[in-house]
Design a protein around this ligand. Structure first.
Ligand code: AMP
Length: 194
């Protein structure tokens, strides 16, 4: 089992790098943002609830998010590991994930945090907004709020993994392949120590 939390502010490149990591390491990809967007598209009750928070750039409440994450993990009983992308975003989410994985005799092996300066994040998100239909990427005030929410509520989650010596900061600036190589270097050093 190899369970990785891919961490970082909105626009850090978590989705792009997750796609490459799952291919290389054969892991299952769990993005709470993607799950919420699929529910919005499907017009489910969860989608309607999530949309009201996402459109403003705020976090969906923990109890809803934790439940949805756990049910997605349970849908992949044969996975050899997971990339958690965009989860956990609060300390209660990190604690819930820890307990949930422990009950399944596994754990998070490492948090890999993509480090990108704030001006670069805003630039990347506005560009993504032009190229996609994500409403939360189109408006600069919503983008600012998401970064603020990250700084206020999410950045602290790094401490949870640091305290367990499971935290690596990765330079998230450069081309996609360079950043991928930096992530792989850390992951490969984990498996060679295992
Ligand atoms: P993302 O695709 O990871 O950028 O997430 C888009 C939006 O979905 C966020 O701005 C939040 O509104 C919501 N969201 C995604 N993951 C979480 C989470 N772990 N906790 C709370 N809200 C989340």
């Amino acid at each position: 089992m190899l369970n990785i939390v891919l961490f970082g502010p909105p626009g850090a490149g978590k989705g792009t790098q997750s796609a490459k990591l799952i291919e290389k390491y054969g892991l299952a990809h769990l993005s709470t943002g993607d799950i919420f967007r699929a529910n919005i598209k499907g017009n489910t009750e969860l989608g309607k609830l999530a949309k009201s928070y996402m459109d403003a750039g705020n976090l969906v409440p923990d109890e809803v998010t934790i439940q949805i994450l756990e049910s997605e993990v349970n849908k992949n009983p044969n996975a050899t590991g997971f990339i958690f992308d965009g989860f956990p975003r609060t300390t209660p989410q990190a604690e819930a994930l820890h307990t949930f994985l422990k009950e399944r005799n596994t754990t998070i092996h490492q948090m890999l945090a993509l480090n990108v300066a704030q001006e670069e994040l805003v630039k990347r998100l506005l560009l993504r907004g032009e190229q996609s239909d994500r409403p939360d990427d189109k408006d600069e005030s919503i983008i600012s709020n998401r970064i603020q929410v990250y700084n206020d509520q999410t950045a602290v989650v790094a401490d949870f993994y640091s305290a367990q010596e499971k935290f690596s900061s990765i330079n998230g600036v450069g081309n996609v392949d360079e950043i991928f190589a930096r992530l792989c270097q850390v992951i490969d050093s984990l498996s060679s120590n295992a």
